[in-house]
Ligand binder design. Sequence first.
Ligand code: PSV
Ligand code: MN
Length: 396
Amino acid sequence: MKSKSIDRIHQALEGFRIEIPSWGFANTGTRFGKFVQPGAATTTEEKFSDAGQVHAITGICPTVALHVLWDLPEGLASVPEVQGFAARYGVRPGSINPNLFQEQIYKFGSFGNPDEHARRQAHDHSRLSVQIATQLASRDISFWFADGSNYPGTANIRARKALFEEHLQQLHAELTSGQRMLIEYKPFEPAFYHTDIADWGMAMHFARAAGPQARVLVDTGHHYASQNIEQIVAWLLSENLLGGFHFNDRRYADDDLTLGSIDPYQAFRIFHEILNYEWETGNRADIAYMIDQSHNLKGKIEAMIQTVNMAQELFAKASLIDNRKLSRAQQHCDLVTGESCLQDAFATDVRPAMREWRASKGLPENPLQAFSDSGYLERVAAERASRNMASISSYA
Ligand code: PSV
Ligand code: MN
């Protein structure tokens, strides 16, 4: 590989950081059951410990996304404890995710619920999440709403839209000047007829309605099969409304599989849109790269390292695209040259340059091997096994 390409890869890697989700380390499953892993994290502290391992080995995951009810069950009173975990394990709190979907009161929704009490609770919890974010010096508060309905005729879609506009506007007023409100969309699940924020257009509308610090969050698993996600990314970039990603891969629906396990070219094309925007405009879009995965069968820490590694690799490949040549080809409708610009970069083996970059940072060249050699998993599995085995539950 030419030294110019190696430099480009190293430069791309210097600027690439990705946030890992606390919930990716805990035992999760499907509604049909959980296959409990003895080494899974059972407490917030253990999630921080696992996240710290991923960061120590990869060097590019300095923050961990937190879910308020799962990780800060005592609200503001949990903050000092979380700060202690951050200091002990060497990873900072990242985005703060309010939880507006698991309590009984949200059976018919949160902000879209016709019941004022439910809306009030959702609002209070969201305000609390903003306060937690402020105390933890977290910039992004990341909202995902499970709101929707299961049968035609059971919900007033327009009334619910108006309720969302009202609540998001009020919440936006609570943000401090540096904070951002990220609005995530999802086409279905848990609602199966209509979802209040079902796609990027709806999320973009709500972000605009909420205020200037609101942006859209793209979870790559939240699209119908064959939807063109990079086009959505390109549009959000050009509207300055792309706030962040939840990366994962999918084959069917929101499968939460490790990134690139099914379609690495998809994530590569997304990274290309972002880097091409930067090349063309000279502006680096302010995007929070985050992972949102839960691993039912794979080892949780290994799966996280795999995804981090894959994200890095695909970002590095996308950085090799010759944007000048591509632009010329597009201008002249030279289809084969244009397409080849992407294909050639995608086909390049960037792994030797990645290993070199890691070595230059004192990081293990092969993060998965380093994790396996560390003995960490065996150690925590021995410590946590009995707690995990006691948490086996059944669906019905
Ligand atoms: C919903 O499917 C989602 O993507 C949201 O981001 C939640 O916060 C997360 O998954 C919970 O696993
Ligand atoms: Mn998500």
